[in-house]
Ligand binder design. Structure first.
Ligand SMILES: *Cc1c(COP(=O)(O)O)cnc(C)c1O
Length: 347
């Protein structure tokens, strides 16, 4: 990131090409898909995916069990598509059987949109089962794999996904500033003119690549260079399997340490993805989240400053350049902070 690359310079374009190839390889590397990167945060990529690959007026079954599923429905409404929301509770995975019934009943539903790991709680949705249902009913599948890509297997070809959206700065451990969409090559080529936005048009973004080998508008060069290094580290760790194994250990150590203090997880272990863990706020008169947050921060641990869930809770991430030592450390810091607050939890 300390090098200023020219965004149209051959040296930069070589880095950029390598990044796109590596991202595609992580997504299964099928020849039927392409990787289209896009400036902005992850939501920009999700909005570009929905706007480009769902035609105007298109009806989409959106599986919602948290804030990110709800955000996809909001985007679809905003851009003149028709979201049909199939909602389950925040601690309940999307239900493939019910998806099948909805698709059978409503032939106008052209797409199914699902969040792989719903980061609101850390819940893992049954992506492979939902993909099979969509495919059996010949509907297109759109996946928000933002918080799972790189740590959990997401094979775009095996899922027969029309598109999978993710970003540089979660399990890939790059810096923030760009997302990308792994898109079905033929469906993307057929999506000309769909997008309601000029800058969020993945079809035109890819067309520019094909024509010039370059980004259509100024690329985030430093972010791409950082992602190149992050992808090298990802490969050195053993790719998706290696990274996923480290996060799974992080998650297990974190949950065990917090349970020892008397904290309870919102999700049962069977539904928990090894990405982020939501704990119920203790029902104790002296427990105040702001004081808890500050206590952890003073000890060097920054957790998520707030909740997305409907119930009183807080979240601690398992991802990033962290290992078991940091997970034990955050539990120790939580113990000290509870003592400082005068809170003793049963357990
Ligand atoms: C992080 C995340 C996003 C994108 O969030 P941004 O703040 O726009 O980067 C989208 N979906 C899921 C599931 C996420 O975890």
């Amino acid at each position: 990131m300390l090098v200023d690359h020219g965004s149209r310079d051959a040296a930069f374009l070589a880095i950029d090409r390598r990044v796109r190839e590596r991202l595609l390889a992580i997504a299964g590397g099928g020849v039927g898909h392409v990787c289209v990167p896009l400036q902005g945060s992850g939501t920009f990529a999700v909005e570009a995916m929905l706007g480009t690959l769902v035609p105007p007026g298109g009806r989409v079954l959106v599986l919602v069990n948290g804030a990110y599923g709800r955000r996809m429905a909001t985007i679809l409404s905003r851009i003149g598509r028709q979201p049909v929301v199939l909602e389950t509770a925040e601690d309940t995975p999307a239900e493939p059987g019910e998806v099948a019934r909805r698709l059978a009943r409503d032939p106008a539903l052209g797409h199914v949109a699902v969040v792989h790991c719903e980061t609101t709680t850390g819940l893992l949705n049954p992506l492979a089962d939902i993909a099979r249902v969509a495919s059996d009913h010949r509907r297109e599948l759109l996946v928000d794999a933002m918080s799972s890509f790189g740590a959990l297997a997401v094979d775009a070809a095996a899922l027969a996904a029309t598109a999978v959206a993710a970003s540089a700065n979660k399990c890939l451990e790059g810096v923030p500033g760009m997302g990308f969409v792994i898109a079905d090559r033929a469906r993307l080529a057929a999506a000309a003119g769909n997008a309601p936005s000029l800058s969020l048009d993945l079809h035109d973004q890819q067309a520019a690549y094909l024509a010039t080998g370059q980004w259509r508008f100024t690329p985030p060069t430093h972010v791409i260079a950082a992602l190149d290094s992050a992808l090298e580290a990802h490969a050195a760790e053993g790719g998706v399997a290696g990274r996923g194994a480290r996060y799974a250990r992080n998650c297990a150590v974190l949950v065990a340490g917090m349970r020892r203090l008397g904290f309870r997880t919102v999700l049962p272990d069977a539904l928990q993805a090894p990405i982020i863990v939501t704990f119920d706020s203790p029902d104790h008169p002296e427990f105040a989240f702001e004081r808890f947050y500050d206590g952890l921060q003073r000890r060097g641990y920054v957790i998520y400053p707030g909740k997305l869930t409907r119930r009183e809770s807080f979240r601690i991430g398992c991802i990033g350049q962290l290992g078991e030592a940091q997970m034990r450390g955050v539990a120790a810091a939580a113990a000290e902070t509870l003592a400082e607050m005068g809170v003793t939890l049963a357990g």
